[in-house]
Design a protein around this ligand. Structure first.
Ligand code: NAP
Length: 261
């Protein structure tokens, strides 16, 4: 039996086991997928051991960057993002990929949200934000602006949003995620001023399926989407790499329907 694992610090909210089990059933694979929480102080030791045991690994918060030194090589897009969420282990060489990039592009296409020629404002500067920036560049975004609580040169702070924002807003922070579903990453008065110049709003959070941010934008008629379709698409891309097989395009909708609460 092939074995796969998702590692992260806290995995209580993860939907990855049911998604990968649904894929295994459809591909008629004898395989298992499990979660393993790893404490920060034990990351290198535990992960190196796991990488010797499993056929493939997914990586989530906060380890998508920290895993890089444990790998033998990187796919060019993962190198560009500087973040890895998928490791192919069965080839005798540990290769890191970033299927969040494919997942994000697929989510935008499925929800008909345009990034080409848009100004795109990314909230957060973590692993997901880096993958999203690579995807937006690939999709022809005109401008990509990172918004941070502690802006580095080239980034902006939340206090500059009101003045600078126009175009597509993408939440790559965990603000609004279960169990803090009522929170919004942008204060309401600022968001109200942003709505008239907003072409779309994307939230990577998938639990809850509708966040406070997307609910407020949707109520004003803005095209929105949130992260479940990205989660399913990145999982399918990981399976394509692990199984070295093409995945039928319709499987994404099929699994999405199964996962919608
Ligand atoms: P991460 O590496 O921890 O980065 C999150 C970033 O958000 C941080 O770098 C930080 O940027 C900002 N942030 C963190 N806590 C914050 C707070 N309390 N208030 C405001 N900003 C805060 O996490 P990640 O891997 O990028 O994931 C981010 C989110 O995307 C999570 O909710 C995750 O579940 C989701 N995600 C979804 C998918 C999907 O398939 N749907 C895939 C990947 C990630 P600054 O310090 O610069 O402000």
């Amino acid at each position: 039996m092939k074995t796969y694992v998702l590692i992260g610090e806290k995995l209580g909210h993860s939907l990855s086991v049911p998604i990968h089990q649904a894929i295994f059933r459809r591909l008629e694979l004898d395989a298992s997928y499990r979660l393993q929480e790893i404490a920060a102080g034990q990351f290198e030791e535990v992960t190196a051991q796991l990488l010797r045991e499993v056929d493939g690994m997914n990586v989530t918060i906060p380890y998508k960057q920290r895993i890089l030194p444990l790998l033998d090589g990187l796919d060019p897009l993962a190198a560009q993002a500087g973040a890895v969420n998928t490791v192919v282990c069965h080839t005798g060489k540990l290769t890191g990929y970033n299927t969040d990039i494919f997942g994000f592009e697929t989510m935008l296409r499925m929800n008909r949200i345009q990034a080409a020629q848009e100004s795109c404002f990314i909230l957060g500067t973590g692993g997901a934000a880096r993958a999203v920036a690579v995807a937006l560049q690939d999709m022809g975004a005109q401008e990509i602006v990172f918004v941070s609580r502690h802006p580095q040169p080239g980034q902006i702070g939340y206090n500059e949003l009101r003045e600078r924002f126009h175009g597509l807003l993408i939440n790559c922070t965990p603000v609004g995620m279960y169990p803090h579903a009522g929170l919004c990453p942008v204060p309401d008065p600022v968001l109200q001023d942003m709505l008239p110049v907003m072409s779309g709003c994307v939230d990577l959070i998938y639990n809850p399926p509708e966040t406070e941010l997307t609910a407020r934008c949707r109520a004003s008629g803005i095209p929105v989407c949130s992260g479940l379709s990205m989660l399913v698409a990145q999982a399918l891309e990981a399976e394509r790499l692990w199984q070295n097989t093409e995945i039928p395009a319709e499987m994404i909708d099929d699994i999405l329907q199964e996962m919608i609460p």
